[in-house]
Design a protein around this ligand. Sequence first.
Ligand code: FES
Length: 106
Amino acid sequence: PRITFVSPDGTRRAVDAPDGETLMRIAVHHGVEEILGECGGACCCATCHVYLDEASMTRLLPADDMELQVLEFTAAPRRAGSRLACQVLADRRCEGLIVQLPATQI
Ligand code: FES
């Protein structure tokens, strides 16, 4: 799917992501510096925090309990669209997804 990462300053980076890869790994692979992913995708560091829009949220599989717990510890404010990028898998539901990056992860 085509996924666009948007930095806090408005810089947009559109990438073609392989199915089955996490948004965190896709971002790191493409040099998106706002995503740290310190725990390597184990859902325990909250440094892969992103904001998705509400329409996209309804298309994706919802966050599970563990993700919701770790979302309590994001450095930037948690919002309705907050997700952990390591817990969102790229697939056809992500086509055209806009991923807003927070100003800080630590
Ligand atoms: Fe650590 Fe996502 S990479 S919670």
